[in-house]
Structure formats: structure tokens, C-alpha cells
Design a protein. Structure first.
Length: 150
């Protein structure tokens, strides 16, 4: 049994993470308090945390392991979705973007959205958040600010 330095409760040793630097080999706060502290910190510093994660991943993608991962995942996607890949290539060559979202009217960087992959040249021009919503996803916006509609 050990007492948590944060919640002051006495808990079994299994409730504490390992830490080689401490005499007993365990952290001074329990796992629940550590998780709560980390969750609060991430909520408080969400933009800084996202920017830090993005910087780490940009750096990692330039390493040999990151490059191999990109090649492997791109190949797997193309093999699993040949119709989407074919539609993307045809639209990339045939349909020029005007820079105006068809749903919200945002002027700036836009993307091609295929409502039906069997018709590769029939695309909608959407901003990033509208395109994510069209696919049923929540747009993960960059840490710097919103790109597209709000």
C-alpha cells in the first residue's frame, strides 16, 4: 500500500506507475491522478500540444522509417480503393479548381470531392471543413487557425 501525493488516498502498489528514479521504484502519484493531470494539461494547452505533435510528425516523416511508412500506407490505400484512386487521377488532370467552396462560399484553398467515384469528372469543390463533413468526419484544423468555413 502506498499513499498518493495528489489525492492523499492510500492505494495498492498496482495503482502506481513505475519510476526507476524513486527509491521504491514507483511514481509518487497514482495512475488516476496522473491521467487526470495529463488530460487537464492537454485541454488547457490544446493548440500548443497539437503544434508540438504536428512538428514531431513532420520531422518523423522525413526519416527513413517515416518514408517507408508513407510508401506502405499509400500502396495499401491504392490497392484497397482502386476506384477512388482512378477517379482522383482523372479529376486531378481534367477539373480545374476555382478556389470557392460550393457549400459555404469560402474563397481560398479548396479540394475536390467525388460524390460518386464512378463519375470521376463530376466533382464538388469544397473547403477542408466542408469536405471532412461530406465524408462524415470532424475536421481536424491546424493549430495556427481555421482554414475554410467556421
Amino acid at each position: 500500500m502506498k499513499r498518493c501525493s495528489q489525492c492523499k488516498e492510500t492505494k495498492p502498489l498496482a495503482a502506481f506507475s513505475r519510476c526507476a528514479q524513486n527509491n521504491d521504484g514507483l511514481r509518487s502519484e497514482c495512475r488516476a491522478c496522473t491521467a487526470k493531470r495529463d488530460r487537464e494539461r492537454r485541454e488547457r494547452d490544446r493548440n500548443a500540444w497539437r503544434a508540438q505533435q504536428a512538428a514531431y510528425h513532420r520531422k518523423w516523416r522525413k526519416t527513413p522509417a517515416g518514408k517507408r511508412y508513407k510508401v506502405r500506407t499509400s500502396r495499401r490505400y491504392r490497392e484497397r480503393h482502386p476506384d477512388r484512386n482512378r477517379a482522383w487521377w482523372r479529376a486531378e488532370r481534367a477539373v480545374e479548381l476555382k478556389g470557392v467552396c460550393e457549400q459555404c462560399g469560402y474563397r481560398g484553398e479548396t479540394e475536390r470531392h467525388h460524390p460518386d467515384y464512378s463519375k470521376p469528372c463530376e466533382v464538388q469543390e469544397l473547403c477542408f471543413p466542408c469536405h471532412a463533413a461530406a465524408h462524415g468526419r470532424v475536421a481536424r484544423l491546424p493549430a495556427e487557425g481555421v482554414v475554410g468555413c467556421t
